[in-house]
Write a protein that binds this ligand. Structure first.
Ligand SMILES: [Mg+2]
Length: 163
C-alpha cells in the first residue's frame, strides 16, 4: 500500500540501531519540519544523542526537505554535521534519487523518516525505500499541511488496523 509506512513510531529518537540493522538499513533520509524541528524551530530533545548512536554504527544520514529556508535546514544539518538537500519536491522521486546518490546505498538499504504521508511516505515507497512515519512534533502546522492532516489521520487509523 503506497500510503502505508513500513514502520510507525512517536519520534525519530525511538528508531533504534537494532531495528535499523534488522531491516538492513545502512542510511537514513531525514525530513526536517515536524520531524526534527517543531514549528518554533526547536530541535527535538535527544536528537544529538540519537544521531551519535547512529553515526558510531556507520549509518549515514542526509536531510531532505521540501522547504527552501536554507538557514533553518542548515542549522540542523550543521548541528549533526550531515549534508542536506532543500526544496526537494517530495513526493517526487528526484529528491530521493539525489539523496541516494550522495548516500551511495541501494534504495532497499535506505530508510526515509518523516511526519507526512503525502510527501515522505509516498515518496519513500515510490522510491522503493523503507518508509518510517513519525508523529508530527508540533501541533501547529503550515496551513497547507494542516489541510492534509485529517486525511492522514484516517489513513493511519486504517494502517494500524491492517497490521
Ligand atoms: Mg515534515
Amino acid at each position: 500500500m503506497i500510503f502505508y509506512p513500513k514502520f510507525y513510531c512517536q519520534k525519530v529518537t525511538d528508531i533504534s540501531v537494532e531495528y535499523l540493522r534488522k531491516n538492513n538499513i545502512k542510511a537514513i533520509i531525514l525530513d526536517v519540519d515536524n520531524t526534527l524541528l517543531d514549528f518554533d524551530l526547536n530541535i527535538i530533545s535527544g536528537l544529538e544523542e540519537w544521531y551519535n548512536e547512529i553515526k558510531i554504527n556507520n549509518i549515514k544520514c542526509i536531510i531532505l526537505s521540501n522547504s527552501n529556508k536554507e538557514k533553518k535546514i542548515k542549522m540542523v544539518a550543521d548541528l549533526l554535521n550531515i549534508p542536506f538537500i532543500k526544496f526537494a519536491t517530495k513526493p517526487l522521486k528526484r529528491g530521493f534519487k539525489k539523496a541516494q546518490k550522495i548516500l551511495g546505498e541501494k534504495s532497499q538499504n535506505i530508510a526515509v523518516v518523516g511526519d507526512q504521508i503525502f510527501t515522505d511516505v509516498i515518496g519513500a515507497n515510490r522510491s522503493k525505500m523503507f518508509s518510517i512515519l513519525v508523529k508530527p512534533v508540533a501541533s501547529k502546522d503550515l496551513w497547507m499541511t494542516r489541510f492534509k492532516r485529517p486525511l492522514e489521520n484516517l489513513i493511519i487509523k486504517k494502517y494500524l488496523k491492517s497490521r
